[in-house]
Design a protein. Structure first.
Length: 476
């Protein structure tokens, strides 16, 4: 098939003059992009002011001696004849352009977004990405910033991610990911503990805590809420987080444990490491709130026997509702010949369940339980499940028992789940190493602890209006 030739020499002018070599190259590249192709420099010299510029598709493809890694690999080379050269005029001492051949033997490219040459990051672009990455700007917002500053910006999101990866590698230097993590923990005076696999140097579990968080933990250890979250790192290690509550009702992160799996012996190790943070072994958390993870519940009972173990009533209620939806159905949707909506049945049963959970005394609990049994009398399978559940967790979720301990309003794991959400917001993705996780968690902790310290200052200097006429606070 005959190749169609395209004359594009009219995009370039031999009448223009430039004082600087870079100005000449930038102008030629811009004109080439407008025409639909990219320019490369096959031969140039810093000593000789002459520079030769050709189309990126000039020359012939050289077949490699080794086999290609991927069958889909190819070459852009097609023997394009386009060529221009820049030279220094002896008379004016200025750079000029000479069009040697303005013909192309290939179709032009209409779009250059993400092109390997035209979309290449410049030093100014790299500096912008570095500064914005340091300021924790999301990659898509970095790309928007680049495009807003340059009208003909041809960068794409992949180039931003690649440059961010290069920044991370340069920060790490020659250190391995683990060496970098340990060096950062020591540099910022973190308390960290780890253990390796038997007869190996591979870390199996690691736990770290910010030095200020350790101080807060020794002061505010009345209530602890703990839970695991996932998709935080490239190793797929669950992140076990422990949070506490300050006197100003703010949540602080006690510590973070990255473990290989969620089994009882892992939870035991993390809680033992947390216990080492206490300066006085006589002080123990009064209340520990968890979900209904059997391994975690057993661990709390064994490692923290003096603490009152509570369960998240919301998770218990959620499980009860799921069983209610499955088990509480009337045959053909009718009761005594009357049509009954399934949703109304579930709503009535769950309302009765909530009355049980919110019962403030044991007498009210007994009355609510009788009413609940009456409401569920038509569904014996569900009633059996509900009664077994209540017998197991009533002292951990029902107000008649939990109101006798100082739980500071923490009857659910919402505080730790909110902390998880904040961590995930900082992490951005789940493919980073432990070093990356630490850097972003550290940034989160710096801001979290700043807010807590601010609340302490305000609580000392500001007297709320509602307390001004109270005798107890009149001396403040």
């Amino acid at each position: 098939m005959r190749t169609k030739l395209t004359q594009l020499g009219f995009f370039f002018s031999d009448d223009l003059k430039w004082k600087d070599r870079d100005d000449l190259l930038n102008w030629v590249c811009r004109q080439a992009n407008k025409a639909g192709f990219a320019i490369v420099t096959p031969r140039s010299s810093l000593i000789n002011p002459m520079v030769r510029l050709v189309c990126e598709r000039s020359g012939a493809h050289k077949v490699p001696k080794k086999n290609l890694k991927h069958e889909s690999m190819g070459s852009r080379k097609c023997g394009c004849m386009f060529m221009v050269s820049g030279y220094l005029s002896r008379k004016t001492k200025e750079l000029r352009l000479n069009i040697l051949n303005g013909v192309h033997n290939h179709a032009m490219k209409p779009v250059f977004e993400g092109h390997m040459l035209s979309g290449r990051l410049k030093e100014d672009d790299k500096k912008i990405i570095h500064d914005l990455t340091k300021s924790k700007v999301h990659p898509r917002n970095i790309l928007i910033n680049l495009k807003s500053k340059r009208q003909l910006c041809m960068k794409n999101i992949k180039q931003v991610y690649n440059e961010r990866q290069q920044i991370w590698k340069s920060n790490r230097g020659d250190k391995t990911a683990l060496q970098f993590l340990i060096s950062k923990l020591e540099e910022h005076n973190y308390v960290y503990l780890s253990r390796t696999q038997s007869e190996s140097t591979t870390i199996e579990d690691i736990f770290w805590a910010h030095p200020t968080s350790v101080k807060l933990f020794n002061i505010f250890l009345t209530v602890l809420v703990m839970d695991s979250t996932y998709k935080t790192n490239m190793y797929k290690m669950p992140m076990f987080e422990i949070v506490g509550v300050t006197s100003t009702d703010l949540t602080y992160s006690v510590g973070f444990g990255f473990v290989t799996h969620e089994k009882e012996e892992k939870f035991v190790w993390v809680l033992q490491m947390m216990h080492k943070l206490l300066t006085s072994k006589m002080n123990m958390p009064r209340v520990v709130v968890t979900n209904r993870d059997t391994s975690l519940m057993n661990t709390v009972a064994n490692v923290l026997p003096e603490s009152y173990a509570m369960n998240c009533y919301f998770h218990v209620q959620k499980n009860v509702k799921q069983r209610c939806i499955l088990d509480c159905r009337y045959p053909l949707g009718k009761k005594n010949g009357k049509e009954v909506k399934h949703g109304d049945v579930v709503k009535k049963i769950m309302s009765s369940w909530k009355v049980i959970v919110e019962s403030s005394t044991q007498e009210l609990y007994a009355n609510a339980l009788v009413e609940f049994q009456d409401v569920c009398s038509d569904f014996p399978i569900f009633l059996t499940y509900a009664m077994i559940t209540l017998n197991e967790v009533k002292e951990k979720i029902v107000r008649a028992w939990t109101n006798h301990v100082l739980h500071l309003g923490c009857r659910t794991t919402n505080k730790v789940e909110s902390a998880h959400a904040l961590v995930m917001k900082y992490l951005d993705n789940s493919v980073g190493g432990l070093g990356t996780c630490w850097e972003k968690i550290h940034d989160m902790l710096v801001l979290q602890l700043t807010v807590i310290q601010t609340s302490f200052g305000q609580s000392v200097t500001v007297l709320e209006h509602r307390f001004k006429d109270v005798t107890l606070y009149s001396g403040l």
